[in-house]
Design a protein around this ligand. Structure first.
Ligand SMILES: NC(=O)C1=CN([C@@H]2O[C@H](COP(=O)(O)OP(=O)(O)OC[C@H]3O[C@@H](n4cnc5c(N)ncnc54)[C@H](OP(=O)(O)O)[C@@H]3O)[C@@H](O)[C@H]2O)C=CC1
Ligand SMILES: O=C(O)CCC(=O)C(=O)O
Length: 450
């Protein structure tokens, strides 16, 4: 269909140098071909042309002072992509690799992910090229305050509700919330991922990792399989990776790897979760420390990974949980996984697999859960936090966890039923993209040209 191609060419011309955004947009647009043929109304209302343009993009300067008294300057971003289904919702990423194109890809994915949850949340994302690594706690606080001193005028409990992502966890959310409260003179739910002591929800910390494992469980159950007793590989060692590992243990699986940007750990006896939490959540150390406490485990620096490969995906496993960052799993990695018997890939990270790797997973008909479906547990639980804030109640851990599991099941059902409706029952990329798009597109039509 030349129409989709034209929109894609337009995007490249009008938003130059945003390769991650083109990648995310191309995957969605390609999936939409059968839907566009079946329902001409989407073309009539120019939904594709409208949905690829953010409703608003905010780019701002962030000045702050480091511990040596030097002035530092970073870029801040918030993209308010689509509000057809509710207030803009999506995390903030602090990482030196952040660019306008990275934030745009993340915001674009967020529209469809949030729609899939079935909850009333629109799509947004934000962040900064600030590098939290090696910064003192005071530097982190001053940066977060400076960032919020501009962001506060754009967000609101019913307007735009950011949360965490790479480099933004409970500590950063706390500092940003404090600054918002001071500037706005209001105590309200303008961020999620807050501490339990002052408005957070139980399970939000665990939600993305738990959700990715629940999603794998539902994909496998549909094929008469399970994770019990199975060896699994996990990449990353941040929030998503840690709670993926935790839930894998709950289900009787054996997670044997984790990684950071410098290298990976292979622990054939299973990752020591208490140790990993201590190293990453409490003392913020590198994974090289892990093997000092677990001498039988093997640490491989990333320079020693087989050429063109991510070492994590070279380990024999039944299921893989990419939980670090975009494009961390390429075609070589996908081939290695399949050759080593991997039958299930559930993406905790956003767009961790390259397009060639995605194609191979889809062709091979393994259980493949794309990020916008498999990692939607985080944002879903953020919405549960918003619901608790709005009604001034607190739900128990079990209550939130049950709702999370049910939401992940609904997402799986919606993606797989849509995939079946369009003639490719195992293709959850197709199913997730069409199901998410349709919800947003119908809302856009019903709300008129705004
Ligand atoms: N937190 C959430 O609720 C959600 C997160 N996600 C996605 O999950 C992924 C992980 O996020 P999260 O766990 O929150 O972030 P964290 O900052 O807690 O952890 C990120 C982990 O990924 C590693 N990593 C980051 N960048 C790279 C890179 N370029 N190469 C190799 N490793 C890298 C980090 O290693 P190092 O410390 O060395 O940088 C770290 O181990 C991201 O894709 C995020 O968008 C998706 C949905 C919700
Ligand atoms: O919890 C949220 O609002 C957003 C989580 C997020 O950034 C994501 O789903 O990628």
């Amino acid at each position: 269909m030349p129409y989709v191609k034209e929109v894609f060419e337009y995007l490249k011309r009008s938003s130059p140098y945003q390769k991650e955004f083109y990648q995310a947009a191309e995957e969605v647009l390609e999936s939409l071909r059968p839907l566009m043929l079946k329902y001409p109304k989407y073309r009539k209302h120019k939904i594709i042309e409208r949905i690829v343009e953010p409703e608003r993009q905010i780019l701002f300067r962030v000045n702050w002072v480091d511990d040596n008294g030097e002035i530092q300057v970073n870029k801040g971003y918030r993209i308010e992509f689509n509000s057809a289904l509710g207030p803009y919702k999506g995390g903030l990423r602090f990482h030196p690799s952040v660019t306008a194109g990275v934030i745009k890809f993340l915001g674009f994915e967020q529209i469809f992910k949030n729609a899939l949850t079935g909850l009333q949340i629109g799509g947004g994302k934000g962040g900064s090229d600030f590098d939290p690594k090696g910064k003192s706690d005071n530097e982190i606080m001053r940066f977060c305050q400076a960032f919020m001193s501009e962001l506060f005028r754009h967000i609101g409990a019913n307007t735009d509700v950011p949360a965490g992502d790479i480099g933004v966890g409970a500590r950063e959310i706390g500092y940003m919330f404090g600054m918002y409260k001071k500037l706005a003179n209001r105590y309200e739910g303008i961020l999620t991922g807050k501490s339990i002591n002052w408005g957070g929800s139980l399970v939000r910390t665990e939600a993305t990792g738990y959700g990715a494992v629940y999603f794998a469980k539902y994909m496998l159950e549909a094929r008469g399989e399970s994770l019990e007793g199975k060896r699994c590989v996990v990449s990353g060692s941040g929030n998503v990776a840690i709670y993926t590992i935790e839930k894998l243990y709950h289900l009787g699986a054996i997670p044997v790897t984790c990684s950071d940007s410098n290298g990976m750990v292979y622990d054939s006896e299973g990752i020591d979760l208490v140790l990993l939490k201590e190293l990453k959540e409490a003392s913020r150390q590198r994974l090289t420390e892990y093997v000092k406490h677990r001498p039988h485990a093997k640490y491989t620096p990333s320079e020693e990974y087989p050429e063109g490969c991510n070492g994590v995906y070279n380990i024999e496993c039944y299921a893989a949980f990419p939980s670090a960052t975009q494009n961390e799993l390429n075609l070589n990695d996908a081939k290695n996984l399949l050759e080593n018997g991997c039958f299930c890939v559930s993406e905790g990270a956003n767009m961790p697999s390259t397009p060639e790797a995605v194609d191979l997973f889809v062709e091979s008909k393994i259980c493949y859960g794309p990020g916008k479906a498999a990692n939607a547990g985080g944002v879903s639980t953020s919405q549960l936090e918003m619901a608790q804030n709005a009604s001034m109640v607190n739900w128990t851990f079990e209550e939130v966890d049950e709702r999370l599991a049910q939401i992940m099941k609904n997402i799986y059902n919606s993606a797989s039923q849509t995939a079946a409706e369009f003639g490719e029952p195992t293709n959850l990329v197709l199913g997730a993209n069409i199901a998410g798009f349709k919800k947003v597109a119908d809302a856009m039509i019903e709300q008129g040209l705004v």
